[in-house]
Design a protein around this ligand. Structure first.
Ligand code: FAD
Ligand code: NAD
Length: 464
């Protein structure tokens, strides 16, 4: 067996792992990344990036189809055609460019990448069966577990054939005529929307009483309304019973009425769980937090010099959280004093319209006993939104009543994902309403709704 030594061994080259490794390399820490699949992990290969590529393609196609009818803008096209294989090829090309970029960044930082699945022997040793079929033992001072997560399957509806997870749904060889999506969370809504816009008949089955049950209802209402307008059949409060002999999905609604949903393909999107099994992790007997590895404020586990970041360390399972944790752990190993204590981890749902939240909602703040002022500014009063043909939605701010410290932002509307950066910056910098209200925002932009909501909270909005 070949052997290697390093200071930091990163198990998993997703956004958490590769960012930790790049930063470690920059800080002069000898580092090896072990990756069994593809660099970039779920996010770049089968998650964030390919899903947003598919959504963009779906938006473009839906727009082109709209132009075959009378358009208020005065544009018309004779007919719109879709070549889904070319769409998938285009998406794969973006993924290849990004994952190639990650490999180049790791090389530039002096990080060694070992291709192969790792098995943890103990807290300082990992065995790897390399992609070339060789056995390799790596010894390290620090082990960073960044193995990510896997999709949850449903009893009676295992993945395979026409039952797909997001991974299968992101690389369709053909478009199904009838797609049934189980789960109206992030994945179900993003991909359900994309497939509907690409032309499939889409039914979404959700156990909860509304879509995106984790978000405030004022934010999800416009999304549910838009799904209905698109012709998506939303079945709320429904549980999946299994499949009939004809392949149809049998569901039971809250009143106990059974329905049979014909499907050419079924996308199961009922959540993801940390990837903690099958690679010797249990041998370390780490303290767990449910299925996730329990971590402290520095991403340390219950074993000294064994760290965990990203999805394997639980919710929120978001790429930017994994990256921020990875960067921090590398800095701690280099001797810097760091703690993971962000003012907010923004979250975006790339539905139509998009939803973005950062920090606390007014309701969450009140439940903590804080006296709050809140205000909302609608895009119907924003000029840029009108020029984009999308006046639906709003920006909402919540601040402390006593000193006007901003506690959180929420928005729903077309393109609001991009407002997330301004939201997070104001929270991280401890801005008060007056800071945002007195900042000159470029005109005409959706961002003016951010300034106007702060002005409105202070009682003197200008454009409403
Ligand atoms: P991962 O990205 O899962 O990477 C883990 C890596 O470890 C994988 O490459 C895996 O092959 C490797 N690995 C695991 N075990 C071993 C082993 N034993 N040996 C060697 N290698 C191993 N998040 C967002 O913030 N925004 C989005 O828009 C978004 N969209 C998403 C869309 C979809 C369809 C999905 C599925 C997820 C989406 N996410 C999104 C979530 C995001 O992808 C994850 O939060 C993020 O990838 C987590 O990063 P990670 O580094 O913890 O794990
Ligand atoms: P999710 O937790 O967002 O949603 C799962 C949904 O399935 C919930 O609404 C839940 O009520 C429903 N559900 C659960 N069991 C069910 C059942 N038996 N029948 C019907 N409905 C059921 O999970 P997801 O959509 O699979 O996404 C997984 C994770 O991936 C997310 O939590 C998020 O961390 C990440 N993600 C993020 C983004 C983004 O940031 N834009 C996009 C996609 C995925």
């Amino acid at each position: 067996m070949q052997t290697k030594n390093t200071q930091l061994l990163v198990l998993g080259g997703g956004p958490g792992g590769y960012v930790a490794a790049i930063r470690a390399g920059q800080l002069g820490i000898p580092c090896i990344v072990v990756e069994g699949g593809q660099l970039g992990g779920t996010c770049l290969n089968v998650g964030c990036i390919p899903s947003k590529a598919l959504l963009h393609a779906a938006d473009e196609y839906a727009r082109a189809r709209r132009w075959t009818d009378l358009s208020p803008i005065g544009i018309s096209v004779a007919s719109a055609q879709l070549d889904i294989r070319q769409t998938v090829h285009w998406k794969d090309d973006i993924v290849a460019r990004l994952t190639g970029g990650v490999a180049a960044l790791l090389r530039k930082s002096g990080v060694e990448v070992v291709s192969g699945w790792g098995t943890i022997v103990d807290g300082k040793t990992v065995d790897v069966r390399t992609a070339q079929g060789e056995a390799l033992r790596i010894s390290c001072e620090h082990l960073l577990v960044a193995t990510g997560s896997v999709p949850v399957d449903l009893a009676g509806l295992p993945f395979g054939g026409d039952v797909v997870s997001s991974t299968g749904a992101l690389s369709p060889g053909s478009l199904p005529q009838r797609l049934v999506v189980v789960g109206a969370g992030y994945i179900g809504l993003e991909l359900g929307t994309a497939y509907r816009k690409l032309g499939a008949d889409v039914t979404i089955v959700e156990a909860g009483q509304r879509v995106l049950p984790g978000y405030d209802e004022s934010l999800t209402r416009p999304v549910a309304a838009s799904l209905k307008r698109m012709g998506v059949d939303l079945r709320l409060g429904c549980t999946v019973q299994g499949r009939g002999e004809d392949g149809a999905l049998r569901v039971l609604d809250a009143k106990g009425v059974e329905a049979s949903l014909a499907a050419d393909r079924i996308l199961v999107a009922v959540g993801r769980q940390p990837r903690t099994a099958g690679f010797g992790l249990e041998g370390l007997q780490l303290r767990m937090n449910g299925r996730a590895i329990a971590i402290d404020g520095q991403c340390g586990t219950s074993m000294t010099h064994v760290w965990a970041i990203g999805d394997v360390a639980g919710e929120p399972m978001l790429a930017h959280r994994a990256m921020a944790q990875g960067e921090m752990v590398a800095e701690i190993i280099s001797g810097k004093k760091r703690r993971f204590n962000p003012a907010s981890i923004p979250a975006v749902c790339f539905t139509d319209p998009e939803i973005v939240v950062a920090g606390l909602s007014a309701q969450e703040a009140r439940s903590k006993g804080i006296e709050v002022i809140e205000a909302q500014f609608p895009f119907s009063a924003n000029g840029r939104a009108m020029t984009l043909e999308s006046t639906e939605g709003f920006v909402k701010v919540a601040a402390r009543k006593d000193n006007h410290l901003i506690l959180g932002w929420q928005a729903v509307g077309q393109g609001v994902a991009e407002l997330g950066s301004a939201f997070s910056q104001s929270l991280e910098m401890g801005a008060v309403l007056e800071d945002v209200a007195s900042t000159i925002h470029a005109h005409p932009t959706l961002g003016e709704a951010v300034q106007e909501s702060a002005l409105r909270a202070l009682g003197h909005a200008l454009h409403i």
